[in-house]
Write a protein that binds this ligand. Structure first.
Ligand code: NAD
Length: 434
């Protein structure tokens, strides 16, 4: 099939690469010239495990193309996937749909033959109706259907999740559109549950899923706080909970709070939708408030370790919102760093993949180290904020030797299992009284 993808970011690029690998001809469109030029010249623009090889393979065999022109991508396409951003509105926190609407406007004149316009971006209920109206107004002759095709990939596992998704949800209101989408996802038939639902249900499934996961994270974080006060161990508690199949053992790791480009914005957007439709979503509202507050508490936890130390140096390991990605959007690590900066802290940071992206936000407010040990050198406290595997492998004897005072606040519980080697460290993790 001929596919156009509008928006070549963390969703659009892995999706384009995956669909090309299945034998489709894919044109990935983006407005950012630098990004398209890099991709055309064989440079992958995001870090995702396993992406580069597949990207290069399909670029070379000509199935994967990149363009700045919506026309070039869309003309003759059987399916147009919209994968542009839907960031939160700075004031209302609703999903900002300007990029979705612009994409619909821009593609409308170039749709030829019957085309399915499928939205992969996370969009509020009813957005499919708006896309339909925009395209029909702009090009009354367009023969198309608007479909919701929510994306569930996890950053850091985008390639894995493309080829082995838990489910594929297709929100199509016509049989014709459903037939095309079923054909597109034929490689998954018999392996993955393909759920056909009405368009508004598909739009809701995405938000309902993300909000549920965010609440689950917030819940285990609150339980961790409780364990710290009550003398219980959150690891034992989470393990005991997770053995119940109704609960499951995933997403029971306490930490600095949920972040990333999806959970914070999607919980806020869902809360806005609840208010719009007059439906109480009190659990989501509580998770949003609690999660925001958690970053402040975590910053205080780190700074309390160096209370009274003049010109204390804080070392930070990890800036990405989680391991396996260079994405720092709404990263708890960055928010904690920013909070500590507001308290006047002197900070040196290191992340194996996210330094360039972090630099765009933190500028020269912090010092940047070339490696983890350089960041920790002469530090009065080390804060571990992202769960990169390398951090768990650290040689604690060497670490102790280079720090000014051996104090670690481990917000990802990376070193918790190394208790004997932590002798001589003042060590604070999450969910265990110190
Ligand atoms: P992104 O910011 O990485 O990429 C979006 C891209 O769209 C940008 O490169 C931008 O230049 C481009 N763009 C914007 N308007 C355009 C236009 N009119 N024509 C062409 N290109 C245009 O965003 P992302 O992380 O890939 O997220 C995209 C959507 O997918 C969002 O709605 C997000 O909520 C959803 N989503 C993201 C993830 C994730 O893990 N990142 C997972 C599931 C769903």
């Amino acid at each position: 099939m001929k596919i156009a993808i509008i928006g070549t970011g963390y969703v659009g690029l892995p999706t384009g690469v995956g669909l090309a690998e299945f034998g489709n001809t894919v044109v990935c469109v983006d407005k950012q010239e630098e990004k398209i030029n890099a991709l055309k010249s064989g440079k992958v623009t995001i870090f995702e495990q396993g992406l580069e090889d597949l990207f290069l393979k399909n670029l070379k065999n000509g199935r994967l193309k990149f363009s700045l022109s919506t026309e070039e991508g869309v003309k003759d396409a059987d399916v147009v996937l919209i994968a542009v951003g839907t960031p939160p509105h700075p004031v209302t926190k609703e999903a900002d749909l300007q990029y979705i609407y612009a994409a619909a406007e821009e593609m409308a004149p170039y749709l030829t033959g019957y085309t399915v316009v499928a939205t992969k971006s996370t969009v509020p209920v009813g957005t499919g109706d708006e896309i339909e109206k925009i395209i029909s107004n702009k090009n009354p002759n367009a023969d198309f259907d608007a479909v919701s095709l929510p994306e569930f990939l996890r950053e850091g596992f985008a390639v894995h999740d493309f080829f082995e998704p838990d489910r594929i949800v297709i929100g199509a209101n016509t049989d014709r559109a459903l037939k095309v989408m079923t054909e597109l996802y034929k490689p998954f038939a018999g392996k993955t549950e393909i759920l056909a639902v009405r368009r508004r249900s598909a739009e809701t499934i995405k938000y309902a899923s993300n909000a549920f996961l965010a609440i689950k994270i917030h819940y285990i974080n609150e339980m961790a706080d409780f364990c710290e006060k009550a003398g219980a161990d959150i690891f034992e508690v989470a393990k005991g909970m997770g053995l119940d199949r109704r609960i499951g053992n995933k997403f029971l790791n306490p930490g600095p709070g949920y972040g990333g480009s999806c959970f914070p914005k999607d919980t806020n957007a869902m809360a806005c939708m609840g208010r719009k439709y007059g439906a109480s979503l009190s659990l989501i509202e509580a998770a949003i408030r609690g999660n925001d507050l958690r970053k402040t508490k975590m910053a205080e936890r780190i700074l309390n370790m160096v209370k009274g130390v003049s010109e204390a140096k804080v070392a930070v390991w990890g800036l990405a919102f989680k391991n396996g990605t260079d994405d720092v959007r709404c990263s708890p690590a960055l928010q904690i760093v920013e909070q500590m900066l507001r308290s006047g802290a002197n900070i040196c940071v290191y992340d194996p993949k996210a330094m360039d992206n972090a630099r765009k936000i933190l500028g020269d407010e912090v010092k940047y180290a070339q490696n983890a040990f350089e960041a920790a050198k002469d530090a009065d406290v080390l804060a571990i904020l992202t769960e990169w595997d390398d951090f768990a492998e650290v040689n604690l004897t060497e670490l102790k030797a280079i720090m000014r005072s051996p104090k670690v606040v481990d917000l990802r519980n990376m070193l918790k299992s190394k208790q004997p080697q932590l002798q001589g460290f003042e060590y604070r993790c999450i969910g265990l009284d110190s």
